[in-house]
Design a protein around this ligand. Structure first.
Ligand code: NI
Length: 404
């Protein structure tokens, strides 16, 4: 890439902006290169190689192979090595066939960057480049964490286990998601819960099959499972405080084979979402009590497999305020800050936020005028690329405020 002149003046609003805007063509180019070659979780080898090549070209110290395909860059300021702020970007794509008609369409059959993680990598690279150019003015250290497998099974936890938050010890962490649920020119940031815990359950109801005309000789697993599905819907309506948001969804129900046979077994699966960590005990407990109680009353048995995937994303008030004030400087309108941006979607950024104070936020990226407003995980998902430089600027200003 072109080298950007290193500013020796104190960084006014204007020169941060103009310097980062010069990176915009590079940001677009990197994002489109990543978009062409999407990779699934823990298989992001080409993505990691692109990141490593850029970092090596610029002379930024980094480590590869962290939790398989993760990359960690460390930028130490020349005016002092602490505090330490981490910036996290996820790298993975989805098993979706892209339906966009664009010059940089996915070249990999059945795989697509349909969530915008290609943008996250480009923004993190741009931030690394900008901060490296300004390391002589930096009082503190910035770790850029390129994380695999956010879409599952989750790369944040193995990266933490590999020690990314140590040596040097990270004091706070920030991360962003380009967000088509918000329009371009807005930032969704809030203190406290932003995204929900993600949990799954799979339940097998074990009845006793038989002739459809002789139900008295059987235990109808299909009927038992139907009662379970109904009863599960009382958990949120009758066991959860109405002021706490929660979801219990049964998304799968499989039972039976034909008209005159009573089902021997039935299988139901679902997902559970909530913000308040206290519900992490209540919800699985009530689910099992209901399944056990219904089965017991109707003479069936059950096998239940309950999995906690990601905890809720909970932002620290002070770091959320840091991101909010940095974002106001970038979007230049306090009305563009949207604290009402909670979603029952989940994110494994939550594991980092359990370890150190931090803030995850949404960068509004929808532009309906350009037909860039499809939802995340849609085959025509795409976002307005002007958010790329805005993302770099928010990160750069967070670093300036945090280390300043
Ligand atoms: Ni995503």
């Amino acid at each position: 890439m072109m080298s950007t002149p290193v500013s020796t003046k104190s960084k006014t609003q204007l020169n941060i902006r103009s310097e980062i805007l010069k990176l915009q063509p590079n940001l677009v180019q990197w994002r489109r290169e990543l978009h062409r070659f999407p990779e699934l979780g823990f298989k992001e080898t080409r993505t990691a190689a692109l990141i490593a090549t850029k970092l090596a070209d610029w002379g930024i110290p980094f480590e590869t192979g962290v939790a398989n395909t993760g990359v960690v860059a460390t930028i130490a300021g020349e005016l002092g090595s602490s505090p330490v702020l981490a910036i996290r970007a996820d790298m993975d794509a989805l098993p979706i066939q892209e339906e966009n008609i664009i010059s940089y369409k996915s070249q990999i059959d059945g795989l697509m960057h349909a969530c915008g993680h290609d943008g996250h990598v480009a923004i993190a690279l741009g931030t690394a480049y900008y901060l490296w150019q300004h390391r002589s003015e930096l009082k503190g250290t910035v770790k850029i964490i390129f994380q695999p497998a956010e879409e599952g099974p989750g790369g944040a936890k193995p990266m933490i286990e590999a020690g990314v938050l140590e040596n040097p010890k990270v004091d706070a962490i920030i991360g962003l998601h380009v967000w088509n649920n918000l329009p371009l020119g807005t930032v969704g940031v809030r203190s406290g819960a932003l995204m929900a815990a993600v949990e799954f359950f799979h339940c097998q109801i074990l009845g006793r099959g038989g002739h459809g005309a002789m139900p008295h000789q059987t235990v109808d697993a299909l009927l038992v499972a139907a009662q379970v599905v109904n009863a599960l819907q009382t958990i949120v309506s009758r066991n959860v405080d109405p002021l706490d948001a929660a979801v219990v969804t049964v998304g799968e129900f499989h039972a039976g084979t034909t008209t005159n046979v009573i089902a021997d077994t039935a299988r139901i699966s679902g997902t559970v979402r909530y913000f308040n960590p206290a519900l992490g005990n209540l919800l699985p407990q009530r689910i099992e009590q209901i399944i056990a109680g219904v089965c017991q009353s109707m003479g069936a048995k059950y096998e239940l497999n309950y999995q906690k995937l990601y905890p809720p994303v909970i932002n620290d008030p002070a770091i959320a305020e840091l991101v909010r004030s940095a974002s106001v400087n970038v979007i230049e309108t306090p009305a563009g800050i949207v604290p009402e941006c909670q979603t029952m979607g989940g994110e494994d950024m939550s594991f980092f936020l359990q370890e150190v104070p931090g803030c995850y936020f949404f960068l509004g990226s929808a532009n309906p005028d350009l037909d860039l407003a499809y939802p995340h995980h849609h085959p025509r998902f795409n976002f307005d690329e002007t958010v790329l430089s805005a993302g770099v600027e928010i990160f750069a200003r967070c670093v300036e405020k945090f280390t300043g």
